[in-house]
Each structure stands twice: as C-alpha cells, then as structure tokens.
Design a protein around this ligand. Structure first.
Ligand SMILES: *Cc1c(COP(=O)(O)O)cnc(C)c1O
Length: 375
C-alpha cells in the first residue's frame, strides 16, 4: 500500500507533471516572473469559474483577508465579527489592524458561524462580518447576508477552505462560495482544495469601487505609477504559481468529486459507530470536504490519533485551541466570549486523511483502523 498522507500532493502532481513542467519552464524562459501573462489569465479563468466581476490575486490567504479589511477602510477600534472556530489567520489580521475581534459561536452541526446568534453581537461599532466556510462547508450565507443588510455591514467570506463549493438559496438559485458576500478571500496554499506549489491567494468582489480599492491596497496604495494614495501592502501572486493554478483550476471540480467520494465512503462506514458523529451537510451547502472531520463521543481523540499513527494513518486536530482562547488575544479579553459550541467542538474533533488520490486499500485500512480502536 502507498503510504497514507493527510494530503497526497506528490501523486496529484505526478498526474499533471508534464503540463505543469512545461508551463513552469515557459515562465522561466519568459523571465516575466512578476505579473506575467498567466497571472492575468488565471485571474480571468477564476473570475468566470466563480461568476464574480473581479478577481484580485495576492500573495496568500492571510494577505487576502488583511487587504479586504484595509480596503473597507476599517479604523482602529472598529469591531469585526467572526468565528473563533477557524484557522488563526481569520482573527489574527483583525487584531493586526488594531480592530477588535468579536467572536460569535458556531452552529453545532455545520461548524460555521451561527447566523441566529449574529444579530445579538452587532453594536454601532461593528464594521465587518467575516464568516468562515470551515472544512469546505458553506456558512448559511443567505441568513448572514440578511442580518448584514439590515445593519448595513459589509461581509467578507473567508473561503480558504471552500473554493468551488455552491451555496443554494431558498428560491433554488445557486452561487459559488466566496462570491456571495461583499468580498471573498481565498488561499492557494498547497494543501487547499485549489493549491499552488508555494504561497498564493485571491480576493473576489462584484463591486467595482471596492475592486479598485483592493487593487490599490494590494499594490502599495498606488493609484497611478509612483503615486500612492493610501498606505497599502505589497502582495502579489507570482507568475509561476499562477501558471500552476491555471492548469489546476479546470481540474477543481474533479478534485472536489474525488474528495466527496472519500467522504461518502467514510460516512457510510461510520454510520453505525456510536462514538462517531460524521460531518453534517446542510441542504444549502455543497460540501467540498477540505477536511473530513469527525466528532468523537466518549472516546479519547488523542489515543485514537496515537493508535492510528501506529498503523501509519495520519490524523490531525483542526483546531485544538479556538481563536478566542489563544494567548495572542489575551489583551483583547477574548476568553470572556461565551462560545460553548466552539469550546465543545474543539475538544472533540479529529480529521482523517482526505485528498484527491486516495486508493481503495488505503481507505479500507483507515476505516478498519478507526473501527478497531472504537470497538
Ligand atoms: C489557510 C487558511 C487561511 C490562510 O491562508 P494562507 O494562504 O496560509 O495565508 C485563512 N483562513 C482559513 C480558514 C484558512 O484555512
């Protein structure tokens, strides 16, 4: 059996190696390492795929979030609502910009920001709402956008884990995650569902004025060459990464299908295991399974992790400590937030390997290993 990894990037690359190698060589030979043709071409391809008006590429997903908040003109002390059950970047950039992170609990089933608890957290100082589509499940965007519209607050989607996912509205219309809020942000970190071979990220919007502001912030606050109107950052997607992404984007739907097949097999295998709660799929979200994350009931996840490791099955805890309990936020008094669902979930979740290259024998070995620990 081929060794099991959380994400098998090596075997995924092997399948597209000839195309990728040619594309990278072309960039090397063109010497247009920054803002070369593939950057624009990939941005246009992604814009079509997501059905959004503007795609602004940048250096990574964390920058995407930071640039989005800077482009909205948020001022020190402004409050930004987000989930605490997320990768730290979401909350970190809020603090970095001297804004105040306000954490709202997550829905116990979807693990995403609980739209029913959103309104109670809004104050006159709330200047942005940042839902996170955790593990590839889309937050309840229709409900979130309704509350945001009522209070006239912009919404930034952290779509680093759910690129390609669809959200279905009550009337049946669909939109791609990341294209629903005022701004969408994503990451092309190698292990993400659409990953490059280094760092990369992008920002999406349907708003022309916001797009211009985002472009300016991402490029040293420059409005015309060597004229700088605002303090910005330097954040670019380099040409080699764009060339790789241009090849991988047309494969994204296939990649998602492969991930969902793994998730389906896990769901089926664990349906009758009393200690396991398998991931929920809300009717409005097409789950793209960036992670396959179980909740363990009445079993020790650390022991399971060790047990699996001994059988050469990696498993990870995403995330053992929620953002509001990180030392980083001690001076913000964030641990005072009452987030019982987040605290409970971060104590019980464990993620199994899921990727585009899983073999049947690997899958069976993982399933049998989990089951033999829990029996
Ligand atoms: C990966 C990730 C980010 C950050 O992306 P980078 O490209 O690593 O900076 C932000 N938010 C979430 C939810 C992520 O999973």
């Amino acid at each position: 059996m081929v060794p099991i990894q959380m994400v098998d990037l090596k075997r995924q690359y092997a399948k597209i190696k000839s195309e990728v190698d040619v594309a990278i060589t072309e960039v090397l030979e063109s010497s247009a390492y920054i803002n070369g043709g593939p950057v624009q071409q990939f941005s246009q391809d992604l814009q079509k795929y997501l059905d959004v008006k503007h795609v602004i590429p940048c250096a990574n997903g964390t920058d995407a979030l930071q640039i989005a908040m800077m482009a909205l003109g948020l001022q020190p002390g402004d409050e930004v609502i987000t989930a605490s059950f997320t990768f730290i970047a979401t909350a970190e950039v809020i603090a970095l910009l001297n804004l105040k992170p306000v954490f709202v609990d997550v829905d116990p089933k979807t693990y995403c920001l609980d739209a029913t608890k959103l309104e109670a957290a809004i104050t006159p100082k709330t200047k942005a709402i940042v839902p996170v589509h955790l593990y590839g499940h889309v937050a309840d965007m229709e409900a979130i956008m309704e509350v945001a519209a009522k209070h006239n607050i912009p919404v930034i989607e952290d779509n680093a884990q759910a690129i390609g996912a669809d959200y279905t509205y009550k009337d049946g219309t669909k939109k791609k995650a990341g294209g629903i809020g005022h701004i969408g942000c994503t990451s092309f970190f190698p292990s993400k569902n659409l990953g490059c071979y280094g760092d990369g990220g992008a920002i999406f919007t349907n708003d022309d004025a916001l797009a211009a502001q985002i472009r300016m912030v991402a490029n040293h606050g420059q409005s015309a060459r060597y004229y700088h109107d605002v303090v910005g950052v330097n954040s670019r997607l380099d040409t080699i990464q764009a060339a790789v992404l241009k090849i991988k984007l047309p494969l994204l739907d296939q990649y998602i299908t492969a991930r969902r097949a793994v998730a389906d097999a896990y769901d089926k295998a664990f349906a009758d295991v009393p200690q396991i709660v398998t991931p929920y799929r809300a009717p409005y979200s097409y789950h793209v399974f960036h992670q396959y994350t179980l909740q363990l009931e009445g079993a020790d996840r650390n022991k399971l992790q060790t047990y699996l490791q001994e059988r050469n099955v990696p498993a990870m805890i995403y995330y053992p400590v929620p953002a509001h309990r990180q030392k980083m936020f001690a001076s913000f008094g964030s641990s005072e937030f009452d987030l019982p669902v987040t605290d409970t979930l971060t104590g019980k979740v464990i993620s199994l390997p899921i990727h585009t290259e899983m073999d049947e024998d690997q899958l069976q070995h993982i399933i049998e290993s989990v089951k033999s620990f829990l029996k």
